[in-house]
Structures are given as structure tokens and as C-alpha cells.
Design a protein around this ligand. Structure first.
Ligand SMILES: Nc1ncnc2c1ncn2[C@@H]1O[C@H](COP(=O)(O)OP(=O)(O)OP(=O)(O)O)[C@@H](O)[C@H]1O
Ligand SMILES: [Mg+2]
Length: 214
């Protein structure tokens, strides 16, 4: 999916978090969001997903203003872990099958297998470890065949093996033309994936850097 962000500014109260951010991402690009805690990575993601309100004519999916889009088809999202309500009583099975209406077909089982979710499939999500829960969210984000995949610090808390799996999945999706936007503090994870780095700093400032310049 082609993603365009034009002069996006955002503040929660008085403090400016995003100051006129402009990015143009062609299909199949990987944008890494980096910067210290509290500099606006998650806020940028929430604007992209319309979780936070944005003015008209600032964010476009395939040329269409997101404010005119009713439901986001083919968009996968892995929220930052701390923001999920862990008390919600639902099993892994229920979370995943409710995101995938085609039943347990080959694609569905391949994702369950790839992310190693078989053993915890019937467990309640509030009994999962942090890394297990993170893997469930990654699986869910992949189920609707995303053309845009947005991940907010997906590597936090997952083990080395799952990290490798995730890296391979992202690399494959990128080759298939999926646009990926991912925030992280783990620069080694994104080193081979990122085409662009969007580095946020305090006071809403940002730097857009091409990976070839790093
Ligand atoms: N709902 C909110 N209401 C008010 N201020 C908020 C809200 N969410 C975030 N902020 C503030 O906006 C700024 C940016 O927060 P954001 O969550 O985007 O940072 P981040 O770069 O994702 O940080 P981290 O690396 O810790 O995840 C911070 O100063 C934060 O305190
Ligand atoms: Mg964040």
C-alpha cells in the first residue's frame, strides 16, 4: 500500500508531539520509527490508524484520505504491549478465529505453526506470558492479509527464536509488496529490513533518514 503523510502535526494538550511530519512510502517499503521514550512513535502510529483524530488531507492510503475511509481492510496492527487490557477474558483461539472468518484453512494453520501457538491455543489470554501474548498479536495482525502492517515495538519480550521468525516473516512480506511501519528500540533487528528511519526527538522534531545513508 502507498502511504503518504503530509504535514502531520499533533499535540495531546499544550505540548507538541508531532511537528509537520511528512513521509511518502511507496508500496513494499519498510519504515522504522525510532527515538527515545516519549518522543511520539506510538502517537504517530495512532494517527496513522485514526485511533487519534487527524485533520483532513494529512494521511492518505493509496491516495485516499484516511478520514474518508470507514473500515481499514488489509491493515494489520500490533499494539505496544503495555497498552493492552490483559484482564479481558478471551482465549487465544477466540482472538484469532474472530479475526479470520474463513475457518481453519491452510493459511490459518501455517500462521499458528509459524508463531508456535499450538500449545497455548486454548489458553485464556490473561494467563499467557508477555512474549506469548505478543506472538498472538503478531499472528492476528497477519491474518487479514495486510497490505499495510504496523507494529509498535513488537520485539519487546519475545525470545531469540521468535525474533528470528518475526524477522523472516517481515522480510517475506516486504518482498510481497506489503508496506511495513515498525517502531523499535532494537536497531540491530531492523538493520537489514529498514528502507527509511523516522527518528523522533523532543519538541516534535524529527529526521527522515534513508537506510543507505546509515
Ligand atoms: N493519551 C495521552 N494523553 C496525553 N499525553 C499523551 C498520551 N499518550 C501519550 N502522551 C504523551 O505524548 C508523548 C509521546 O508519547 P508516545 O507514546 O507517542 O511516545 P513513544 O515514542 O511511543 O515512547 P515509548 O518509546 O516509551 O513507547 C509523551 O510525552 C507522552 O507522555
Ligand atoms: Mg510507544
Amino acid at each position: 500500500m502507498h502511504i503518504k503523510v503530509k504535514d502531520l502535526s499533533f499535540s495531546y494538550t499544550q505540548r507538541l508531539v508531532l511537528n509537520k511530519v511528512t513521509v511518502d512510502l511507496k508500496e513494499g517499503s519498510f519504515l522504522a520509527l525510532i527515538g527515545k521514550n516519549g518522543t511520539g512513535k506510538s502517537t504517530f502510529i495512532k494517527c496513522l490508524l485514526k485511533i487519534e483524530p487527524v485533520p483532513d488531507n494529512t494521511i492518505f492510503y493509496d491516495g485516499v484520505d484516511i478520514n474518508t475511509i470507514k473500515n481499514f481492510k488489509n491493515v494489520g496492527y500490533v499494539p505496544q504491549k503495555l497498552e493492552f487490557n490483559y484482564e479481558f477474558p478471551i482465549t487465544v483461539n477466540e482472538i484469532l478465529s474472530s479475526s479470520y472468518l474463513k475457518g481453519k484453512d491452510l493459511f490459518y494453520t501455517s500462521i499458528i505453526n509459524e508463531l508456535n501457538l499450538n500449545q497455548i491455543y486454548r489458553q485464556n489470554v490473561n494467563t499467557l506470558s508477555g512474549g506469548q501474548l505478543q506472538r498472538v498479536f503478531i499472528a492476528r495482525s497477519l491474518l487479514n492479509h495486510p497490505r499495510l502492517l504496523i507494529l509498535d515495538e513488537p520485539t519487546v519480550g519475545i525470545d531469540k527464536e521468535s525474533m528470528e521468525t518475526l524477522k523472516n516473516i517481515l522480510s517475506d512480506l516486504k518482498k510481497k509488496g506489503v508496506t511495513i511501519i515498525m517502531s523499535t528500540h532494537d536497531t540491530s533487528f531492523i538493520k537489514d529490513l529498514a528502507d527509511y528511519y523516522l527518528e523522533f526527538s523532543e519538541l516534535g522534531d524529527y529526521n527522515l533518514i534513508e537506510a543507505t545513508e546509515v
